[in-house]
Design a protein around this ligand. Structure first.
Ligand SMILES: [Zn+2]
Length: 105
């Protein structure tokens, strides 16, 4: 399965899990400093094209879930946002992702 197929499959699964019904697009972008971002206006998630090549499936899932939760709860990391993310993933996952990415740069 290509990375792009993997991304779309993960997106579908997570949308179902999080109860997101709108159409959400994913675009790859050569960010310099960000791993990912989201446009609430365009319902689009942007992933760092270079970084995602180095992520495990679980890490990729975490990044997409994080951005999807912004579509659900808005731009801020509210209590509801954090709680839902915590329910889905191990709390140390984000830290591990950041460490790995920084190490390899
Ligand atoms: Zn965020």
């Amino acid at each position: 399965m290509s990375k792009y197929e993997k991304i779309n499959l993960t997106l579908c699964k997570l949308k179902e899990k999080l109860g997101i019904k709108e159409n959400v697009k994913v675009r790859l972008k050569p960010f310099k400093r960000k791993i990912a971002s989201v446009s609430l206006r365009k319902n689009t998630i942007y992933l760092n094209s270079e970084v995602i090549q180095r992520l495990t499936d679980k890490e990729l899932e975490y990044i997409i879930a994080h951005e999807l939760l912004h579509l659900k709860y808005g731009v801020f990391h509210t209590k509801e946002f954090e709680n839902e993310l915590k329910k889905l993933f191990d709390k140390n996952l984000e830290l591990r992702i950041l460490k790995r990415i920084l190490k390899k740069k």
